[in-house]
Design a protein around this ligand. Structure first.
Ligand code: THU
Length: 134
């Protein structure tokens, strides 16, 4: 699906705004994510850390779980904001791929400058829900 420049920027801006609400006192690495679902709704997430470090949840998975909890099932596009436009971890790539095909992923820095990649570029030969070779 092709988003307009305005739709893309809106998603990036929401990821950036969400990032301000990240709870990351241990790593100080603040992440915000915004996901457009196929019903038009947008869901956001932030990383939420914990004094028991391993309990931390990443922003992308928080956003996906929020979307699924609200009844969305297919994801159309994702924007992820970090200070310098960092890439999502492998666990989040896998979780996003459960609910999406080769969707656009924008990696934004804290100024809103974003570069576009795609989920299958980030996760080639992904393990899919049908457990079959890609
Ligand atoms: N983090 C994310 O939120 N998303 C990622 O894709 C990578 C890592 C968070 C987890 C932790 O709170 C902090 O960034 C440092 O790893």
């Amino acid at each position: 699906m092709n988003l307009t420049q305005q739709e893309k920027q809106a998603l990036v801006d929401l990821a950036n705004a969400a990032r301000q609400r990240a709870y990351a006192p241990y790593s100080n690495y603040h992440v915000g994510a915004a996901i457009l679902a196929d019903d038009g709704r947008i869901f956001t997430g932030v990383n939420v850390e914990n004094a028991s470090y391993g309990l931390t949840i990443c922003a992308e998975r928080a956003a996906v779980f929020s979307a699924i909890t609200a009844g969305a099932r297919r994801l159309l596009a994702v924007a992820i904001c970090t200070e310098y436009g960092g890439s999502p971890c492998g666990a989040c790539r896998q979780v996003m791929s459960e609910f999406a095909g080769d969707i656009p992923v924008w990696l934004s820095d804290s100024t809103g400058k974003a570069r576009e990649t795609s989920l299958h570029t980030l996760l080639p030969d992904h393990f899919g829900p049908n457990h079959l070779p890609v």
